[in-house]
Write a protein that binds this ligand. Structure first.
Ligand code: 6PG
Length: 257
C-alpha cells in the first residue's frame, strides 16, 4: 500500500448494519464538519451498494440529526444519461432519498448529464471552483467522499488500466466504460485523495474476491492508488464482502459492528 496510507476496516454483520454504520459515520462527519467550518461537503457514488444507506439518511433519526441546511451534496461520478434514466446516479439518489430530505435545492449539485461530455466535465469543474472558492491549481477538499468498488476493481469511474483520471491535474474528466458502458464523468484521483475522509462502502459475496485482492495483494488497482493527504481510508464491509479476508491484517485496524 502507499506508504502514508492506513486502512481501517469495519465489518458489519449484515446489510442493514452496514447501512446504519454508514449513516452513523455520515452523521458524525457532517456534525464535525459544520462545527469546524460551518458546512458539510460530501461526494456520493452511484451503483446499488449505497442504496440502503442512502434511504436511511432520509429516515429518523438521521433526517433530524444531520445538519441538512449546511450540507452540500456532490457526485463522485455520473453516467451521461438523462436524470430519469434508471442508470443515472443522481436520478437514483433523487428517488431513494433526496426528495425526502430537508435540503435546499441549491445545495444539491448533480453532474450535468445531458450536455456533451467535455462541456459537462468543464462545467462541473467550474461548479467545484466556485463552491470551494479555489482555482484550478488547488484541488477542493471534500469532508467526505463515499466510494464503491466494482468486481473488476474500479472505483468512482476510474477503471483498471485507464489513466485518464489518474494522471491529470484536472478534477473532473470524461471516461467511457463500466456497466452500463456509457460515457461518464468522474472526479479524478487528485480530488478524491484530498478528502478529509475517504470511505468505501461494499456489500455482497460477489465483491469478496476483489476486496481481498485490493486489500491484500500488491496490485495497481484504482482503490489502492488513492493515497489520502490525511492518510486514512475507511472500509465499511458487510460480512459477505469481508468473508475472504483473514481474521487479522497487518497494519490494518479491524472492527466488527
Ligand atoms: C458508478 C459508480 C461505481 C460504483 C461501483 C459499485 O456510477 O458506476 O459510482 O464506482 O460505486 O461500480 O457499484 P455497485 O454497488 O452497483 O456494485
Amino acid at each position: 500500500m502507499t506508504a502514508n496510507r492506513k486502512d481501517r476496516i469495519i465489518v458489519a454483520a449484515n446489510i442493514e448494519r452496514l447501512a446504519s454504520a454508514s449513516a452513523d459515520l455520515f452523521r458524525r462527519i457532517a456534525i464535525e464538519s459544520v462545527a469546524r467550518s460551518g458546512r458539510f461537503s460530501v461526494a456520493l457514488s452511484g451503483g446499488s451498494s449505497p442504496r440502503p444507506f442512502h434511504r436511511l439518511l432520509a429516515d429518523e433519526p438521521y433526517r433530524s440529526e444531520i445538519p441538512w441546511a449546511q450540507t452540500h451534496i456532490f457526485w463522485v461520478d455520473e453516467r451521461l444519461v438523462p436524470p430519469d434514466d434508471p442508470a443515472s446516479n443522481f436520478g437514483m439518489a433523487r428517488k431513494d432519498f433526496l426528495t425526502r430530505l430537508p435540503i435546499q435545492h441549491s445545495h444539491v449539485h448533480p453532474m450535468g448529464s445531458e450536455k456533451p461530455p467535455r462541456r459537462a466535465a468543464d462545467d462541473y469543474q467550474q461548479t467545484l471552483e466556485t463552491y470551494f472558492g479555489v482555482d484550478a491549481t488547488n484541488a477542493p477538499v471534500f469532508d467526505l467522499v463515499v466510494l464503491g468498488i466494482g468486481i473488476d476493481g474500479h472505483t468512482a469511474s476510474i477503471f483498471p488500466g485507464d489513466r485518464t483520471a489518474v494522471e491529470t491535474d484536472r478534477w473532473v474528466v470524461t471516461v467511457a466504460g463500466g456497466s452500463p458502458n456509457v460515457a461518464r464523468l468522474t472526479l479524478t484521483l487528485a480530488v478524491l485523495e484530498r478528502a478529509r475522509c475517504v470511505l468505501f462502502v461494499v456489500s455482497g459475496r460477489q465483491k469478496a474476491a476483489i476486496v481481498r485482492t485490493i486489500l491484500i495483494d500488491d496490485t495497481a488497482l484504482p482503490p489502492r492508488q488513492i493515497a489520502p493527504d490525511r492518510g486514512i481510508v475507511t472500509w465499511l464491509l458487510d460480512r459477505e464482502a469481508a468473508y475472504l479476508l483473514p481474521a487479522s491484517l497487518d497494519g490494518v485496524d479491524h472492527a466488527i459492528v
